[in-house]
Design a protein around this ligand. Sequence first.
Ligand SMILES: COc1ccc(NC(=O)[C@H](C)Nc2nc3c(cnn3-c3ccccc3C)c(=O)[nH]2)cc1
Ligand SMILES: [Zn+2]
Length: 326
Amino acid sequence: CCYSSLQVTEEVREHLKTPIFDNWQWEEAEMLVLLQVMYTDLDFLTAFNIELEVLQNFLFEVYCHYNNIPFHNFQHCFCVTQMMYGLIWLTDLRNKLGRIELLIMLTSALCHDLDHPGYNNVYQINAQTDLALRYNDISPLENHHCAVAFGILAKPECNILKNLTTEQYKHIRGGMIKCILATDMARHNEILNKFKVMQPVFDFTNKDHKEVLMKIMVKVSDISNEARPMAVAEPWLDCLLQEFFNQSDTEKLKGLPVTPFMDRDKVSKPSSQTNFIRFVLLPLFTELTKLFPCLEQHILEPVRGALEYYSNLERATKEEEVTVKP
Ligand SMILES: COc1ccc(NC(=O)[C@H](C)Nc2nc3c(cnn3-c3ccccc3C)c(=O)[nH]2)cc1
Ligand SMILES: [Zn+2]
């Protein structure tokens, strides 16, 4: 029963609250224990009357519903949840948001890519898959991830929300649906622009402000690999490109449109990453850091370092191309 959370040393518990946590050092079974520690250390079990065994069933069921694909697997789920956990402690969000908002953010991070097939929304829509049909081309993957999450919560032995009031349950369900659907990168600018307007006058008692912040926190956690040490981050980009190349190979075989940044014949790893960091990551992380200045050293600095690393790599490969071609 509770022996597993005792196995985790105080040092690991503290390390778990930092963005430099290295997922590659841990087995998936150990990650399940670490996820349990996150829920217990945020006092969710006492606050929401969650039985430890129900939490363990829930976490195991979530683990079973992630697929063995190169990037959107259980390790990604763990990384996103661990980053969210670290951000909650670093920004001192426990004293700025209610515990129910924290539960929504952590559980949304945990469930945000459930049963991901390794083929993105563009593929789902172009190939007219069952998911695209079921969700009318509207964020088919994110709708599916969320539906699978509540399918798991519908099982009594996994329902960590079973001892909450109906009103609390509705609040959590509404919050999770908004946060998980917000991870569709097609909506990136829509959500970031809303946050940019609110940030200078942010009000932690304003419902709309809190809602956008929660979406931003899940989005930041979701694409935050480059905020980790290079030794941790770089393998993730290889995994991501492997998944993207699988998709573009399939698209070519099926005569479907091929997304340029997924085409193994077109993608240059360094330049695609410098663009991603410059135009997607830095604007997003900069905006969040304006609200929580302490994040500058923890996530903004490492991302600037990553931009430096990939820019140098880009320059080196360009120079090498010039010298090789006479
Ligand atoms: C606006 O929608 C976008 C924008 C950018 C991208 N992806 C990229 O630019 C490339 C492939 N790089 C990239 N993409 C990444 C990273 C982390 N998550 N992530 C990702 C994965 C799946 C779907 C979307 C994204 C951004 C990362 O470190 N790099 C994908 C979708
Ligand atoms: Zn994700």
